[in-house]
Design a binder for this molecule. Structure first.
Ligand code: SF4
Length: 290
């Protein structure tokens, strides 16, 4: 796999200056995403709200884990909206750390961020990639969906057999599926739902297909599949490098299962070309592999 280094061509350094100047975080940097040169060079980024410290410690994730030392920053939603407006984004992706220390798990902060973006950029689509809102799921979904995100994304991350081992005792495969189905049930508008699978963590290909079937059975419209890259020696080791032909096979399986869009490829991440993923699902253009 080859990725581009940051260059003066494109908008990479403008995005970097803007994000850092507004004291914002992005999952692009926090998770050491391999696509950062490409995405920032195109003038896009995925905002990470609710701080830098995650209250979970998934074995594949590089985001800093621990006890957050501050409540959510009340002005962050406005700064995210300002950055999105300056970047002239037409599709804004917002994710976050898990905040099990906050009573509403951050749902109100998500809603405030969606509203702030829509106020500044009424034409833009807003996609949220949320945590599981452990213990307050129903109320959190109601709060978040009242702000009307266009895409509701919650990553299943891995197959049923590996879910607890990779994500820790608080995470639950069936609850993740429930959250995706419930979001669609609660929305009083046609929200698109989406989820992502990481491969290379020890799963078999038939289990990946089984997970896609589970997602589709819970109404999920868009699925992404990408190769796991070990972010440090402390994280889970890479079990296998999935061949591009296998990614193509996943795409064909996803298509047959009935997803509106399947993005499947070594460097595909949940927010990779998220605008194109949404467009593919909405227009029925179908599956894409990279
Ligand atoms: S794929 Fe997503 S997380 Fe990675 S650089 Fe692009 S926008 Fe950021």
């Amino acid at each position: 796999m080859k990725v581009r280094a940051p260059s003066q061509d494109g908008q990479y350094f403008d995005v970097q200056k803007l994000i850092h100047g507004l004291q914002l975080h992005t999952i692009c940097e926090e998770a050491r995403c391999p696509n950062i040169s490409e995405c920032w060079g195109r003038g896009t980024a995925t905002f990470q709200i609710l701080g830098e410290t995650c209250t979970r410690a998934c074995r594949y994730c590089y985001v800093h884990s621990g006890r957050p030392d501050a409540p959510p920053d009340q002005l962050e939603p406005l700064r995210v909206a300002q950055a999105a407006a300056q970047m002239r984004l037409k599709h804004v992706v917002v994710t976050s750390v898990d905040r099990d220390d906050v009573p509403d798990r951050g749902a109100g902060h998500y809603a405030a961020t969606i509203r702030a973006i829509k106020a500044k950029l009424p034409e833009a689509k807003v996609e949220v990639l949320t945590p599981d809102f452990l213990g307050v799921e129903e109320q959190a979904l109601q709060t978040l969906l009242a702000a009307r995100p266009d895409v509701f994304n919650h990553n299943i991350e891995t197959v049923r057999r590996l879910h607890r081992a990779m994500r820790g005792g608080k995470a639950d495969y069936d609850r993740a599926l429930w959250l995706l189905r419930r979001a669609k049930e609660l929305a009083d508008y046609p929200v698109l739902t989406k989820s992502g699978i990481i491969v290379g963590l020890g799963e078999r290909n038939d289990e990946v297909v089984e997970t896609m079937r589970d997602l589709r059975a819970h109404g999920v419209d868009v699925v992404t599949i990408g190769q796991y890259l070990q972010p440090s020696a402390k994280h889970a080791t890479i079990d296998r490098w999935v061949h591009p032909d296998e990614f193509r096979w996943f795409r064909e399986q996803g298509e047959a299962i009935g997803f509106g869009s399947v993005f499947s490829g070594p460097l595909v991440r949940s927010s990779y070309r998220a605008d194109e993923q949404r467009h593919a699902a909405e227009t029925g253009r179908g599956a894409v592999a990279y």
